[in-house]
Design a protein around this ligand. Structure first.
Ligand SMILES: NC(=O)C1=CN([C@@H]2O[C@H](COP(=O)(O)OP(=O)(O)OC[C@H]3O[C@@H](n4cnc5c(N)ncnc54)[C@H](OP(=O)(O)O)[C@@H]3O)[C@@H](O)[C@H]2O)C=CC1
Ligand SMILES: CCCCCCCCCCCCCCCC(=O)[C@@H](N)CO
Length: 359
């Protein structure tokens, strides 16, 4: 047998065992896989077109409500370090002046200014509108508004005073609506800007002790989603930040009356430092990311609760698609452990009550 005949018989044998049509499913599979790979590559290629252009903080006017303390003050410092002009908004004038001094230490040029405005962001819209106008006259139109003024109360539903529910909605929700309402028209005219809402991990998941606080933080998400859809064509981007417990005067105050259950459950996510939280939040706002989360738990919570929220990068969208099922599985274990914390605390309380009675 010549070498040519040997070769052709090998091929015939091969074809005989695997008739070519048997290969068809594999070929189709390959083609589909190639299409998927090409599609993903294409998405990555066009992703710079979808992602917003980063905001230049150098020379920008940033208004920070709640800028006299905690996370807000650290956000102001972070922006100032990048060359921004800052307006700090809060009620207490002494605290504002003290914060102004602290922020000014981080100047990078001698033109930078820190302006202080004392106003209650939650009570009277016309007052908020007029102070924002003053700030714009002094430092120019607002490029970025950070809605960080807020407060928290924790306690069992029936133990929280009824008027606190209203108070928290006013400060945490309306206190973010009013300043936003006051800057939005100019931002739309200029076709640029950033609006940030500081929610909380308790604005993604409802927890024991937060029946008054959580709803006021969930509300910000609804506002942010609706607003983002309206103002995206005007090149204005909204960011919602969901920090975990953060070491601030606000947290210290809250801890004084926090139920044990809330403490134990919140410990899952640990306590962060406000400057770290501020760095992440400012980075996300500059990039125009809709979502801003801190730490691995924050990352999982955000992927899990993304719902119909806007997506600001292809990578983010793909990550959500791939991880959601896995994170839900992990979440079920967390929920089980939270329920058992609540049950254990209840049993302990009842036992110590019974013991007290016997004495
Ligand atoms: N610390 C934490 O663990 C977490 C906090 N958050 C959120 O982050 C934000 C900041 O928290 P944090 O830094 O701890 O808070 P702080 O209590 O340390 O600071 C709150 C700031 O908001 C101002 N403020 C409060 N109420 C009003 C009002 N009605 N009008 C104007 N300004 C007001 C305060 O100034 P003044 O009282 O003088 O008005 C202060 O500057 C809040 O919205 C909070 O819910 C979210 C997750 C975790
Ligand atoms: C895959 C799923 C992962 C689930 C992880 C769940 C972790 C829950 C922890 C919630 C902590 C809430 C902190 C609220 C902080 C706050 O807003 C107040 N301190 C304000 O003062």
């Amino acid at each position: 047998m010549s070498s040519e005949e040997a070769l052709s018989s090998t091929i015939t044998d091969w074809l005989f065992i695997n008739s070519w049509w048997l290969l068809l499913p594999f070929i189709m599979l390959l083609v589909v896989a190639a299409f998927i790979v090409a599609f993903v590559l294409l998405l990555y290629m066009i992703s710079p077109l979808i992602s917003p252009k980063p905001l230049k903080l150098n020379g920008a006017h940033v208004v920070v409500t709640g800028g006299s303390s905690g996370i807000g003050k650290c956000i102001a410092i972070e922006c100032y370090r990048q060359g921004a002009f800052i307006t700090l908004v809060a009620r207490d004038e002494a605290k504002l002046l003290q914060a102004k001094k602290e922020v000014e230490k981080f100047a990078i040029n001698d033109k930078q200014v820190v302006l202080c405005i004392s106003v209650d962001v939650s009570s009277d819209y016309s007052q908020v509108e007029s102070v924002i106008k003053q700030a714009q006259e002094k430092l120019g139109p607002v490029d970025m508004l950070v809605n960080c003024a807020g407060t928290s109360i924790s306690g069992k539903f029936e133990e929280v005073e009824v008027d606190r529910f209203k108070k928290l909605m006013e400060v945490n929700y309306l206190g973010s609506v009013y300043p936003t309402r006051a800057v939005i028209t100019t931002m739309k005219e200029r076709r640029m800007g950033r609006i940030m809402f500081v929610s909380s991990q308790a604005g993604q998941i409802g927890l024991f002790g937060y029946t008054a606080y959580s709803p006021s933080k969930f509300a910000l998400r609804g506002l942010a989603e609706s607003l983002q859809m309206e103002i995206k064509p005007y090149n204005i981007y909204v960011t919602v930040a969901y920090p975990p417990d953060t070491d601030t005067p606000g947290l210290a105050e809250e801890n004084k009356t926090k139920p044990l259950e809330t403490k134990l459950i919140s410990e899952t996510s640990g306590v962060c430092q406000p400057d770290q939280v501020a760095k992440i939040i400012v980075r996300d706002a500059v990039q125009g990311n809709f979502n801003s989360s801190v730490g691995p738990d924050g990352y999982m919570l955000s992927a899990l609760t993304c719902g119909m929220s806007p997506v600001t990068s292809i990578t983010e969208g793909l990550q959500q698609i791939v991880t959601m099922g896995l994170f839900r599985t992990i979440a079920l274990f967390y929920l089980g452990s939270f329920d058992s914390i609540v049950r254990r605390c209840m049993i302990q309380r009842e036992q110590s009550k019974a013991a007290d009675k016997r004495e």
